[in-house]
Design a protein around this ligand. Structure first.
Ligand code: CS2
Ligand code: MG
Length: 402
């Protein structure tokens, strides 16, 4: 089952996506997401110039060997561009294998460990009132878990606070937006937000919050402590995690569960966090952390240490990644939750998929493979447009942590 064709499709149906399509001599094809928000063409070029020439003629059934070949063969290890490229190849090969065997991917991953996957959506508003109102709308749609973010009084704009009601797109065309940040204002405000949300939305709704790496460990400890009465499902990315041991300090001070890892690209980025039980949820995802194969290894390590998965799933991860994530989520024993933001109509038309949402839960579907396709003609009607993630500065202009 030789790979005879490989194509990188870059398109922008509402936002940029990079999709790898591998085709075998039997005519079976598989898709992999290679989107790295704000750095899309770096991955597209890595695939075209460096990986694809090595893939043509290889046996598509040798998923693990191909992973090792691309990872070890490059000599230069890790990094989000390299790992997004490897992820795309790995995902496409799982898609091909499952299609060839006529089963959905999750059946190859040991089968379903649960019937459906718990997901959370983004409730973000300009202020507490609007966040509450949007939270109530999510409940009406059946969501059992929401991530709440709100504009902060005194700050003009804040990263992670979506503009549309159900849609969230952090990247902006042409040049990065600059947000101004004040930790003092933030720490003063967030406990008030969650006090209201918990009181008005009830005791059983899962409430999540993302601090987007902006705090120091002792500030994060204070935030975690102040949120304890409102029993969050998790507090995400309180501090940048390049220094994994910084989580020791946070852990000593608070019982608020912690989730980390959307920017990680291998198991080595979270090894210490997991083995010292410094976190509760690992957020690595299919597209940035080495595909389904590597993500399973991370999940297995986490399982030993009572840590559950909670993969990143914002709209800059394409429907191909979302489908792969759902097959993974359905199968791993230590699944916790999956982030889910519905894509735009245009995206769904370019990348039609069979996964479904009902009552706060999702299912990847039972089509052979991942259950996602790409309409290449339609994709060609949405050309790439350069876009950047915003930059964060302190009130005095200093570049802030991120
Ligand atoms: C966020 C994302 O979904 C999340 O948890 O942190 O908005 C993330 O910042 C973007 O997906 C980055 O591309
Ligand atoms: Mg996040």
């Amino acid at each position: 089952m030789r790979i005879i064709d490989a194509k990188v499709i870059v398109c922008s149906p509402g936002r940029n996506f990079v999709t790898l399509k591998l085709t075998t001599e039997d005519g079976v094809y598989g898709l992999g997401d290679a989107t790295l928000n704000g750095r899309e063409l770096a991955v597209a070029c890595y695939l075209t110039e460096h990986d694809i020439p090595l893939l043509i003629g290889r046996d598509a059934r040798r998923i693990e060997d191909t992973w090792q070949y691309l990872y070890k063969g490059a000599y230069w290890r890790r990094g989000s561009v390299t790992m997004s490229a490897i992820s795309a190849v790995d995902t496409a090969l799982w898609d091909i294998k499952a299609k060839a065997l006529n089963v959905p991917v999750y059946q190859l991953l040991g089968g379903a460990s649960r019937d459906e996957v718990l997901v959370y959506g983004h409730a973000s508003g300009a202020d507490i009132e609007e966040t509450l109102q949007i939270g109530a709308e999510y409940i009406a749609l059946g969501y059992k878990a929401i991530r709440a973010q709100s504009g902060i009084p005194g700050l003009q704009s804040t990263y992670g606070v979506g503009q549309g009601r159900m849609h969230y797109e952090p990247a902006e065309p042409d040049a990065p937006t600059e947000n101004l940040w004040s930790t003092e204002l933030y720490l003063e405000f967030v406990p008030k937000l969650f006090e209201r949300l918990r009181r008005e939305l009830g005791p059983t709704l899962h409430l999540l919050h993302d601090a987007h790496h902006r705090l120091t460990p002792i500030e994060a400890a204070r935030l975690g402590k102040s949120l304890e009465p409102h029993h969050l499902f998790w507090l995400e990315d309180p501090v940048p995690a390049e220094l994994q041991e910084s989580y020791r300090l946070i852990r000593r001070h608070t019982t608020t569960p912690l989730a980390v890892g959307e920017v990680f690209d291998t198991i080595y980025d979270c090894q210490q966090l997991i083995q010292e039980q410094l976190i509760d949820y690992i957020r690595t995802t299919v597209v940035h952390a080495g595909g389904i194969s590597h993500l399973r290894k991370i999940a297995s390590l986490a399982e030993m240490y009572h840590i559950r998965t909670g993969s990143h799933g914002a709209t800059d991860l394409s429907p191909v990644c979302m489908a792969a994530a759902l097959h993974f989520d359905l199968s791993v024993p230590n699944f916790g939750i999956q982030e889910y933001m519905p894509h735009s109509e245009e995206t769904n038309r370019v990348l039609p998929h069979s996964y479904r949402f009902a009552d706060g839960m999702m299912f990847p579907g039972d089509k052979p493979g991942l259950g996602v396709d790409i309409d290449e003609c339609l994709a060609a009607q949405f050309p790439y447009r350069r876009a950047y993630l915003p930059i964060n500065r302190k009130l005095d202009g200093t570049m802030h942590n991120w």
